[in-house]
Design a protein around this ligand. Sequence first.
Ligand SMILES: Cc1cc2nc3c(=O)[nH]c(=O)nc-3n(C[C@H](O)[C@H](O)[C@H](O)COP(=O)(O)OP(=O)(O)OC[C@H]3O[C@@H](n4cnc5c(N)ncnc54)[C@H](O)[C@@H]3O)c2cc1C
Ligand SMILES: *[C@@H]1O[C@H](CO)[C@@H](O)[C@H](O)[C@H]1NC(C)=O
Ligand SMILES: *[C@@H]1O[C@H](CO)[C@@H](O)[C@H](O)[C@H]1NC(C)=O
Length: 283
Amino acid sequence: MRISKPFPGLSFLSILALSFSFYTIRPTSSSASLQDQFINCLKRNTNFYFPLEKTFYAPAKNVSMFSQVLESTAQNLRFLSKSMPKPGFIFEPVHESHVQASILCSKKLGIHLRVRSGGHDYEGLSYVSRIETPFILIDLSKLREISVDIEDNSAWVQAGATNGELYYRIAEKSKIHGFPAGFCSSLGIGGHITGGAYGLLMRKFGLGADNVLDAKIIDANGKLLDRAGMGEDLFWAIRGGGGASFGIILAWKVNLVPLPKTVTVFNVTKTLEQDVGNKILSK
Ligand SMILES: Cc1cc2nc3c(=O)[nH]c(=O)nc-3n(C[C@H](O)[C@H](O)[C@H](O)COP(=O)(O)OP(=O)(O)OC[C@H]3O[C@@H](n4cnc5c(N)ncnc54)[C@H](O)[C@@H]3O)c2cc1C
Ligand SMILES: *[C@@H]1O[C@H](CO)[C@@H](O)[C@H](O)[C@H]1NC(C)=O
Ligand SMILES: *[C@@H]1O[C@H](CO)[C@@H](O)[C@H](O)[C@H]1NC(C)=O
């Protein structure tokens, strides 16, 4: 669910687009050579190794592997049809510095990027671009670490983890802690919280976005910022203002909420005349 909040100023994408005009290097030939330029640039901007065969996917290299990765989390099949533009290549960072380097390198080479966490975007915005050519896909699915700190009532969760994985890791450590977010367990926590994140615990604890304590984001200049670094305005905006408008979120620090040991779920069935029936969650 994308709940829009008005936010003054330039969006992340327009800052990226503006910065392109300062660079003279333009994509000239095929996406294969673009990919090579991108890889060389990445190598100059990160000290952390990325095995090419597990981080880069391009149609020229292996079209079936490319499609497999592209489709792996895409939820709206309409945006995978033949007529839809495809990314020149897909990069799956295995270290946070790779995300930072991706922003710097796509600016430098004048390529647009799309960022995907769980792929549940209703309009396919995380893996299709119909206005920017060429574009590449930065897929965060290999950045999915979760560390739960029960003592502190909190957890750090990387953008590529799903909300289901977060619930599971919390439940492994405690039966009386939880996180109030979406019902569908395959949502990427990266995109999910940027749109609010409502779910079954919403009436008691609010949205997932209401229960965020800190975040790590990389801005359009490739700067890594936490809550103190980004300031309260940006911290407010990313919790409901939509994902890719402001930067790439690497991780969220979330507040855990107290759950009763026993949760009873039951169905109440009603006809339309009697009022629309629904599931009720109660203590
Ligand atoms: C089947 C289904 C069930 C759903 N159920 C619920 C629900 O119960 N509650 C609810 O609140 N919502 C629900 N949603 C909506 C869902 O929360 C949003 O679509 C959310 O944006 C998905 O996040 P994602 O990471 O999976 O998606 P993605 O497609 O990966 O990304 C969504 C958007 O965020 C951007 N983005 C992704 N990752 C990042 C990042 N790390 N930094 C910056 N921008 C990023 C993308 O570019 C894209 O614009 C549901 C959606 C589907 C398809
Ligand atoms: C391409 O990828 C598929 C997996 O999707 C694999 O089975 C196949 O061997 C690969 N082909 C080549 C030429 O590497
Ligand atoms: C409630 O109804 C749904 C849909 O019919 C069913 O799948 C579910 O098991 C029911 N739950 C309970 C607690 O009866």
